[in-house]
Design a protein around this ligand. Structure first.
Ligand SMILES: [Zn+2]
Length: 543
């Protein structure tokens, strides 16, 4: 079978990329050959200025189907919707979805936490490019990365150049698709920062903010100079890969509790972020600023009120307020409005809750949890940046990217589309049952509640039955393997002999391959993101 695609001139060079992605994904899923055609075509790709830039339409153009974007990204999102709603078993059947789709959120991001030798840290460039494409197909329009000073001794640390190159790889992968790039910034510097510049440690009575990294006090003139110097050199090294957004982070890595900086979120943090914004905008005048308020007023100390007062008089330097916590969405911006009347984005923690080691047991998916958290604030949000430690929460990324696209699209609805496309339309309801059982078990484990062994056996049996019905390309895909492995790991853990059984060990060895986890571990944080396999050779701490 041959599928002909006509690429209208209006698509420009980005259109060729959309075509290449369309061709690759269809050919991967069925025996069809997809090729460009000048005249008669089965699929037409086009761009039309009367649509909003990120919007798309899929319409009849008999005998063809026409996928139209408002701009290059809109075309890519239209291709994503077309791919997910087409059918591949027994030959290619083009999507019957018709209509116009306009995203509601303006900043639909993803944060790749590339550290600890997790997948983002060690994946090849080809894998990073492909994964960025996959997320873009779900509607993502911005990728955030950081420079991991916490792991580095200074600019002469050989890992520093590698980290810069890795930022450039992610930046290129995103920009080649027309996506925006965000870089993290704050008051934390290298491991070798002189002690006299260091910030006063946070009290953190509720143990919610952390004291990671090497934060520097911006009220100390030498401290402020060091903060500006490190970021100045960082921006210089990134000069040919201009970021679109700068994201300031207040805590965990960040903060200072000295009297001149307190309360940090309404005082020292704003002075430091403002100075870094001025520095960055000298190089990139159009740079947008996202100011995170993560764990503000934990404990209560007037940070939200102080931020609101500051931005009321002088808010022109910030574009977005980011707000979130470990659990429920912060009440302040919902009850009092967003400081400065700015747009607000969230920061869902999709990697760690109910999951230790992070990704170490396979797929992690919590549709009910993220639906509940989204419903608390969806009316007030313009998007966000989910915090990701790896590819194992891929389903959650799709759910949240679609929340940002259409705030009323349910997690279940997105999961159905995901399961039909990535696995098979025939197994959708069974996959949803497996996911529901896995979420129930993960939630009970997180809250130290008893787990019903019948649940984990049912999930494992059902996953096995689903596997027998999958087409070959789905059965062999990592997206299926990690879900199947999670079901096996939970069965061994709660209804079997634990994680040292042959079934659990085989599952973990496969995960280690999928994640490119390290065997000879010198990174003391790697056990956080590695399957808990202990054979005597690995230096993994026992859990
Ligand atoms: Zn200070």
């Amino acid at each position: 079978m041959t599928i002909s695609v006509r690429l209208e001139q209006a698509c420009g060079t980005f259109g060729e990329r959309s075509f290449a992605i369309l061709k690759d994904r269809i050919e991967q899923r069925c025996g069809a050959e997809v090729r460009l055609a000048e005249d008669r075509a089965d699929i037409v790709l086009s761009v039309r200025a009367d649509l909003p830039e990120d919007a798309f339409a899929i319409e009849d153009d008999a005998p063809a189907v026409r996928i139209v974007g408002g701009g290059p990204r809109g075309l890519l999102y239209g291709v994503g919707k077309f791919l997910r709603t087409s059918r591949y078993e027994g030959g290619f059947t083009p999507s019957e979805w018709r209509g116009v789709s306009v995203p509601q959120g303006t900043l639909r991001g993803i944060y790749f936490a590339m550290h600890f030798h997790n997948w983002y840290h060690v994946a090849s460039e080809a894998e990073i490019v492909r994964y960025t494409e996959d997320l873009a197909l779900w509607g993502v329009n911005a990728v955030m990365v950081i420079f991991p000073a916490i792991n580095l001794t200074g600019w002469d640390d050989p890992e520093a150049d590698l980290a810069i190159r890795r930022i450039q790889t992610y930046t290129k992968a995103a920009k080649d698709l027309g996506l925006m790039v965000a870089i993290g910034a704050g008051n934390t510097l290298f491991q070798t920062t002189p002690k006299n510049l260091l910030a006063a440690p946070l009290q953190d009575p509720l143990k919610r903010r952390g004291n990671s990294g090497f934060p520097v006090c911006p009220s100390n003139p030498d401290g402020m100079a060091a903060i500006l110097d490190m970021h100045g050199r960082l921006f210089e090294k990134l000069s040919s890969f201009a970021p679109d957004l700068l994201v300031f982070w207040p805590y965990d890595e960040g903060g200072c509790a000295c009297p001149q900086c307190a309360p940090w979120g309404a005082n020292g943090y704003l002075r430091g972020s403002r100075a870094l914004t001025d520095l960055a905008r000298r190089q990139w005048p159009k740079l947008q600023v996202v100011l995170s308020t993560w764990t503000f007023d934990t404990p209560p100390e007037g940070e939200w009120d102080g931020l609101a007062r500051s931005l009321e008089h002088d808010g022109g330097w910030v574009d977005y307020i980011m707000a979130d916590s470990h659990d429920d969405f912060p009440r302040y911006p919902l009850d009092h409005g967003v400081p400065g009347g700015l747009a607000m984005v969230n920061f869902p923690e999709i990697s760690m809750w109910g999951n230790w080691p992070w990704g170490g047991l396979g797929a992690h998916v919590l549709p009910k949890r993220f639906q509940r958290l989204w419903d608390q604030a969806k009316h007030a949000l313009a998007g966000g940046f989910p915090y990701s430690e790896g590819i194992y929460e891929d389903m959650t990324k799709a759910i949240i990217a679609q929340f940002y696209w259409d705030r009323d699209r349910s997690a279940g609805d997105t999961l159905r589309e995901y399961a039909a496309y990535e696995y098979s339309p025939a197994v959708v309801e069974d996959v949803l049952t497996v996911v529901d059982l896995i979420e129930t078990t993960a939630s009970q484990a997180q809250m130290n509640l008893p787990v019903d062994p019948a649940d984990v056996r049912k999930a494992a049996d059902l996953a096995q039955a689903v596997e027998a019905r999958l087409p070959e390309h789905s059965r062999k895909s990592w997206r299926w393997e990690i879900l199947r492995i999670r079901a096996i790991m939970e069965r061994e853990r709660f209804a079997g002999e634990g994680w040292q059984t042959p079934a659990a060990e085989a599952a973990m060895r496969r995960l280690i391959e999928i994640y490119h986890s390290q065997h000879d571990i010198t990174d003391s944080y790697h056990h956080r993101v590695r399957p808990p396999l202990v054979t005597g050779k690995e230096l993994v701490p026992r859990l």
